[in-house]
Ligand binder design. Structure first.
Ligand SMILES: [Mg+2]
Length: 397
């Protein structure tokens, strides 16, 4: 017969006076609550972090790392491989417009250009890209990079996605971008993109943040140094070296304003090369983080509250802008951009601008999503003209 206070309570680790039966019931109730939380968490889209921030801080991790020993893997990666058998990882953007997928095939010989890689297919019904009952989709190789994971002669192959009827998939924005770039090629449009991102732990909470709370307020983290200022530098360093090895025009990186948030920059690239290099840099980042047991989020606002979001700022110039008196061409471009602000916002993220509603609030170094603005050295403007452009009257915006 159970006695009151006879058993230690499993919750507060003290003899709180709760009977064993009641303690057992409470444990069962708690287990059920945790199961419900897990279901709730799994039903959220990756962009649901902002709505679940508070629950993340109050509950246990909902998923767990499936880690393997990388030193064992190295044994196999170092096995000799002949030139007649080259592993090519075909990479493409999936139906979400932001997720990346890949699969590998062996080619006989090292491809020197994309056309050396055969067109391949995949099952579009598993990537949110199939149309009707015909789920065959086609991968058209469009850019090749060295593979920093398998190394040697192995290659990463970025692909365009086409439907069974040989028309571009709805998510294939590159196709229209190529024709736009082609139409202005005499202007040699240069781009440089600054990709901000957040490192997340397996539970979806920012990497390195205290599990039951928050780090100190923003201020010391941007370009910070020290174990209490930056989290996950391993990933950033590995990603940078892997991108250089692959042949990506990565040109910089820094720790960002929110702890566990980082940025890398790619460019200058001319025309369509910008998108190709940025997407491959994103793929490599996902792979590096996967190896190191961390999740990458490109969500514009992974944490609500007084925390900066993550953007992808674009630096841009044309041949005329780079010449003497280029400022007048920059001003003319700004006028055109102002006329189509809403349309551009809709195209700025894969959810017709809705993702950036959460970020572009006019706070945390952003401009309001509802207003177009431009200014010199103003980080709160839609278009920022660096002050040195005004001094030299040319270069970029
Ligand atoms: Mg930045």
């Amino acid at each position: 017969m159970e006695e009151k206070g006879q058993y230690q309570c499993e919750f507060c680790i003290t003899a709180c006076g709760m009977s064993f039966k009641k303690t057992f019931e409470a444990i069962q109730k708690n287990k059920e609550k945790r199961r419900r939380n897990l279901v709730q968490f799994q039903s959220h889209s990756p962009r649901g972090h902002d709505q679940t921030t508070k629950r993340y801080t109050m509950t246990q991790p909902r998923s767990y790392p499936a880690t393997t020993d990388k030193t064992v893997l190295n044994h196999y990666l170092e096995l000799p491989q002949d030139k007649e058998n080259v592993m090519c990882e075909y990479i493409w953007i999936d139906g979400t417009g932001e997720g990346l997928r890949s699969k590998c095939r062996t080619l006989e010989g090292v491809p020197a250009q994309p056309s050396d890689c055969p067109i391949w297919n995949f099952d579009g019904s598993s990537t949110g890209q199939a149309e009707g009952s015909n789920s065959d989709m086609y991968l058209y190789p469009i850019a090749i990079f060295k593979d920093p994971f398998r190394r040697g002669d192995n290659r990463l192959v970025l692909c365009d996605v086409y439907k069974y009827n040989k028309k571009p998939a709805e998510t294939n924005k590159r196709c229209t971008c190529v024709s736009a770039m082609e139409s202005v090629k005499e202007q040699h449009p240069w781009f440089g993109m600054e990709q901000e991102y957040t490192l997340l732990d397996y539970d979806g909470y920012p990497f390195g943040w205290p599990k039951n709370g928050f780090p100190g307020p923003q201020g010391p983290y941007y370009c910070g140094v020290g174990a209490n200022k930056v989290f996950g530098r391993d990933i950033v360093e590995a990603h940078y070296k892997a991108c250089l090895y692959a042949g990506i025009k990565i040109c910089g990186c820094n720790a960002e304003v929110m702890p566990a948030q980082w940025e890398f920059q790619v460019g200058p690239c001319e025309g369509i090369e910008m998108g190709d290099h940025l997407w491959m840099a994103r793929y490599i980042l996902h792979r590096v983080a996967e190896d190191l047991g961390v999740v990458i989020s490109f969500d514009p606002k992974p944490m609500t509250g007084d925390w900066n979001g993550a953007g992808a700022h674009t630096n841009f110039s044309t041949l005329n802008m780079r010449k003497d008196n280029g400022l007048k061409y920059i001003e003319a471009a700004i006028e055109k951009l102002a006329e189509n602000h809403e349309e551009h916002i809709r195209a700025y993220d894969p959810n017709k601008g809705q993702d950036n509603v959460r970020r572009l609030t006019g706070r945390h170094e952003t401009s309001s999503i509802h207003e177009f603005s431009a200014g010199v050295a103003n980080r709160g403007a839609s278009i920022r003209i660096p002050s040195r452009v005004l001094e030299e009257s040319r270069v970029l915006m």
